[in-house]
Design a binder for this molecule. Structure first.
Ligand SMILES: [Fe+2]
Length: 424
């Protein structure tokens, strides 16, 4: 089993939805369930970092990526800052300097190091970050083991968001290390056995969604981030949606047909990026001879797998492809309705799928109180929503209402697309 795909081993019962349900049991049962979930998620971060040398873990290959060492430390700081300091009497902060180094963007939690310069931090070394993780792990275990029922409830809401936060960083560890390794002319593998999953690769007619009013967002069945709340009613026009994501074979047809050379296919901002960045194909693709393409993957440089879903395309590229195909990208509401209705395949676990929806608040949205209110709300501008999940998303971290979001030019994530078509 590859180092990434074995994340499926993460027991679904020990991730957010399952542990939320555990809150209904006895105090000792609740405590044990959450302790198990905490250990499982923390161990998954270490499993993803394990194939990497200390040198691998320090590099920051562009401002958008972060070093593996930083991800390991930042997710630890999150528990220290938001759980241990407020809730564990007598807790000893591991190192007062770490708050400055490992706070990401929480203005309410104090000053922080510049994001683009995370790769310049060689000290603390990887070994000390491991010791920091162990120190915080032990303190969280002490806290959970000693707390009574009334204290647990409030603390567990912080533990829950901390675990979901760490799972988000687990995917970033994977996306970011691929970008790091892609800078190396020898194209080293993170996991030589890794292969992109194909999914169902369903062909045939698009699935029909009837027009009408549908409920979107939080359905009350488990943990959600605040950006999925409140659930609301959306009016959909009749629309058809592709059962499968677009493949590399289809993407090559777009390229061969001059997709990257035809300005009328592109949004103005997208065309500007095509020209300035000299895009000729998805990120990580290299043409090794006429019409023969290879792609940098977690297994190193590999021939492009024509039957696999296209990956590492930006919103701008997805939008241009849809225009070239005479179709559209679905809205996030259309995607969610199709998924909840069981109309589409490969919604989860292969590639994230760009939607045509801007990342904005749902009607009535308010960020949660306190520093954690900075988690999502302040980013609701200038970004586009992706739905589903990728092969690198930890097991149990996916749901129909999940909203991922990135800037329209971003393409180092495992991002692809599926098409939609309106009745004309
Ligand atoms: Fe974070």
């Amino acid at each position: 089993m590859s180092a990434v795909s074995s994340s499926a081993a993460l027991d679904r019962r020990q991730t957010s939805k399952g542990v939320s349900a555990a809150n209904e049991g006895s105090t000792s049962h609740v405590r044990e369930t959450w302790l198990a979930a905490f250990r499982k998620v923390r161990a998954e971060t270490e499993r993803r970092a394990a194939p990497l040398s200390p040198e691998d873990q320090v590099v920051q290959s562009m401002p958008d990526t972060s070093p593996t060492k930083w991800h390991r430390a930042h997710t630890t700081w999150f528990f220290e800052q938001f759980l241990l300091i407020p809730y564990l009497p007598g807790y000893r902060v591991y190192d007062k300097r770490f708050a400055y180094l490992y706070n990401s963007y929480y203005v309410s939690a104090g000053p922080r190091h510049a994001r683009p310069k995370r790769g310049l931090i060689t000290r603390p070394a990887v070994g000390e970050v491991a010791a920091y993780r162990a120190h915080v792990d032990a303190a969280v275990e002490r806290l959970l083991e000693k707390s009574g029922q009334s204290d647990l409830k409030e603390m567990l809401s912080i533990v829950e968001i901390g675990l979901n936060h760490e799972q988000q960083h687990q995917e970033l560890i994977t996306t970011d290390i691929l970008h790091v390794l892609a800078q190396n002319p020898t194209a080293p593998a993170y996991d030589a056995k890794w292969k992109m999953p194909h999914g169902a690769c369903t062909t045939g007619p698009l699935a029909q969604i009837a027009g009408g009013i549908y409920t979107i967002g939080d359905d009350g069945t488990g943990f959600v981030f605040d950006n999925e709340r409140p659930g609301y009613e959306a009016l959909l026009q009749p629309v058809k949606i592709a059962r499968a994501p677009v493949t590399n074979r289809e993407w090559l047809e777009f390229m061969t047909d001059g997709g990257y050379k035809t300005p009328t296919l592109w949004l103005s901002d997208g065309w500007a990026v095509v020209q300035s960045e000299e895009w000729i194909g998805p990120s990580y693709w290299q043409e090794i001879s006429d019409g023969q393409w290879q792609s940098m993957t977690l297994a190193g440089l590999q021939p492009v797998d024509l039957d696999a879903p296209v990956c590492h395309v930006s919103y701008y590229e997805a939008d241009a492809f849809a225009r070239w195909a005479g179709k559209h990208l679905p809205t996030e509401a259309e995607w969610e309705v199709a998924t909840r209705s069981g109309l589409i395949d490969d919604a989860f676990g292969i590639v994230w799928q760009w939607t045509r929806s801007a990342y904005s608040p749902y009607p009535g949205y308010r960020a949660i109180e306190g520093a954690l209110g900075e988690y999502n709300g302040k980013f609701m501008i200038n970004q586009m929503v992706l739905r589903g999940s990728s092969f690198a998303t930890p097991e149990g971290h996916s749901r129909p209402s999940y909203r991922n979001f990135f800037y329209p030019s971003s393409r180092w994530q495992f991002s692809g697309l599926r098409l939609a078509e309106y009745d004309s």
